[in-house]
Design a protein around this ligand. Structure first.
Ligand SMILES: C[S@@+](CC[C@H](N)C(=O)[O-])C[C@H]1O[C@@H](n2cnc3c(N)ncnc32)[C@H](O)[C@@H]1O
Length: 349
């Protein structure tokens, strides 16, 4: 070996990749831990590092660097040696805020233990996580929804006369129920129903209580059970059956003539995947979802139709496609912004 020989590719190029990888983990843990210890609640008011060190019984130098990192991340600000939340933290990281995202951060943290165990996961046949995860994840989805997607969806739907005139609405796979709760607020005469797994509906009930809403909860599995009624509007958002021909047929059967089927759904159409897409697809394969027939690509399930085939299938069933809107919100617990669409279809025959 020639002691003077240097590598043909600069080590900096390689270090850049590793640094990008490890920095994210450190930053995420600083934010998560600061949130969990209640730092962002305390920093509604200005505090010095010494006060915070005493209050949390954390070594002065350690909390100093946590605070300085949060300043660099522009989550808090420093004035004359005192630290205080920036508005972004008061909104999203303070547990007193309506828009706080604690469950989302928990949901981002959960799969990290699988990522840390990737080597075992590669060889293990064990189920990683399954449908029981819905009970938890819908709470994160509720936090996501209220910071923009819920309002955007309601604003789209409220313009349709068919919605204004509707008396009954079913939110299939409604989860937290915020869409049904919102539709009922826009149209108080509406009788709104949420269909979901029984264990998930226990969580839905808590959201109904929080928003003082009297929506009706229907327990069941939409692959096996009847949708229990005929409805003027059927709404579906990120429902695992939202690309499935059998579920579309079930919806058609349960919809009144001239009624609307509104389907918010992710349809993968990209041919060139970026790193985020690839990581999301890989993480999706840590899940099992036996009851829902999970597919190989994120948010896809066996027997899913492609976007074009799904639309054609709706038309063949007797729907007219009134409109299709792109709706590209960041969906934190499911990865990065997806190519989501809201399909508004009317039963015409
Ligand atoms: C990704 S979450 C979407 C929740 C909510 N609609 C939203 O957009 O925020 C999917 C929902 O569908 C429900 N779900 C999944 N498979 C189901 C099935 N086979 N029968 C009934 N509900 C199901 C889940 O429990 C969960 O509430």
């Amino acid at each position: 070996m020639d002691i003077m020989e240097e590598p043909s590719v600069s080590v900096l190029e390689f270090e850049k990749i590793l640094n990008f990888a490890t920095k994210g983990i450190k930053v995420f843990n600083i934010i998560k831990t600061s949130l969990n210890i209640g730092l962002f609640n305390i920093l509604e008011e200005e505090h010095s590092c010494s006060e915070l060190s005493k209050r949390f019984s954390i070594d002065h130098d350690v909390i100093y660097y946590i605070l300085e990192a949060l300043v660099k991340l522009e989550l808090i600000e420093k004035n004359n040696g005192n630290y205080k939340n920036k508005e972004i933290s008061n909104i999203y990281l303070n547990s007193n805020s309506y828009f706080q995202r604690k469950t989302i951060i928990e949901s981002l943290n959960q799969p990290l233990s699988y990522w840390n165990d990737l080597e075992n996961i590669l060889y293990s046949k064990e189920i990683k996580y399954d449908e029981n995860f819905f009970e938890f994840i819908i709470k994160a989805m509720a936090e996501d929804a209220v910071s923009g997607e819920l309002q955007e969806t309601l604003n789209i739907v409220k313009k349709y006369d068919e919605f204004k005139d509707s008396k009954t609405l079913l939110d299939i796979g409604g989860g937290h129920g915020l869409y049904a709760i919102g539709f009922k607020k826009l149209n108080p005469d509406l009788k709104a129903f949420v269909f979901d797994f029984p264990n998930v509906l226990n969580e839905t009930k808590k959201f109904c209580d929080k928003y003082d809403s009297d929506i009706v909860l229907i327990p069941g599995n939409f692959y096996d059970d009847d949708l229990k009624g005929s409805y003027d509007v059927i709404f579906s958002s990120y429902n695992p059956g939202g690309k499935n021909a059998k579920i579309a047929e079930k919806i058609y059967e349960s919809l009144n003539m001239n009624g609307l089927f509104i389907n918010k759904q992710y349809f993968p159409t990209k041919t060139e995947l970026n790193l985020d897409d690839i990581l999301n697809n890989l993480e999706w394969n840590f899940t099992n979802f036996n009851m829902s027939n999970k597919g190989k690509i994120r948010y896809t399930f066996k027997n899913d139709l492609s976007y074009e085939s799904y639309l054609k299938n709706l038309e063949d069933l007797g729907f007219e496609i009134l409109d299709i809107f792109p709706i590209n919100h960041h969906n934190a617990s499911f990865g990065t912004t997806a190519e989501d669409k809201i399909i508004i279809a009317k039963k015409v025959r």
